[in-house]
Design a protein. Sequence first.
Length: 435
Amino acid sequence: MPELHVKSNSLLCELKGINHSFILPNGKPVTVLKDINLSIFGEEIVALLGPSGCGKSTLLRILAGLIYPTTGQVLYHGMPMKGVNPGVSIVFQNFVLYPWMTVLENVEIVLKVKGLPRNDVKRLADKAIHMVGLTGYEEAYPRELSGGMKQRVGIARALVVEPEILCMDEPFSQVDALTAETLRAEVLDIWACVEKNPTTVFMVSHDIKEVVYMADRIVIMGSNPGTIRSILQNNLSRPRDSRTQEFLNFVDRIHRIITSAIIPDEEIPVPPVKVPPEIVLEPLPDVSVNEIIGLLEVLDAHQGEEDIFHLAIQIHKEFGHLINITKAAELLDFVDTPKQKILLTDLGKRFVESDTKDRKRLWKEQLYKLTIYKRILDMLKNTPKGRLERDYVEEELVLHLPQEDPLKMFNILTSWARYGELFAYSEDTGYVTFE
């Protein structure tokens, strides 16, 4: 059993007065992070939790020195940081392995860049590979590995330089649930060894149970622009059992904080993004048509209402994703969300009780009410040939929804439109056209 960290108060890193903006194609700035102040101490695990687009990954990259903040300062051991943070390594969400390199070569590459002697490179890489349980796979290529094994390579590559702070950007989101559970436990075991770095883990996550299981402090962020809403100290003793009442109570506490921010019972004014005032487009939640319809049908089977926490358990959906499905259904006026309840509206009940043809008609009518669809339809009407190039639509999304992924937003936009037969997109031609 490894000797466990004794928590200390040594200050490793400070984010002081961090503000960050991006410049839109029209030359105007949009603020993605505002007034961020956060201290990172030795011997702790800190987790950032918040909705998509709130700037979690941007903040992690600022801490690592990959992005310079527009204003504010990053201090490392009390000194202003210049360039890449020397004490940080990052594990990325999407593995980011070199496909033409073996496991061993993918891990060695970061040591070779440092100019270490060949014997030291081999020794340290073998040690890191053994640490993550990949001994025997040194000569395998990424294409021959499962998702979990690829992420182990990513973790080994981050650990091989013995960082003081291990940054992890949603590291378990691309693997299956069982593999993710195993990887979380293994990262905790690696962190728990006093004689080894990293002393601190700084992670971004969308999974509430994950951060309660792993983190000592949980930083909950709000969006538009990204701000720190709350910092919770997690005093649950380790090892943590997700089945205990104390664990579940803490999860529920975070649920309530996030729910009050994302689907509030009353409208909370949000500072507008600085885009041309006549065009404000709604970002569409990243959910499928079938998921929205499925939610409506489940609610109908529960007499039109259900507690959102209970529903997540019943339908085996990750809570953050159920929030997105609910936001999408509410955007279309099919549900209402007073406090922790999801209620089927009269329109939602009509939709559920309709046949396929009428469902499509109702869906289409609701899309007509959204500014984002009105904008695309206006653009289509004003083109001589009644068609728009995909790139042109994506540029419009970048201009008016700069905090969203334009590729993802385009796919959501067109898939919802396709179901309502509002307009269509052809992969073959690359054009958006009227249905």
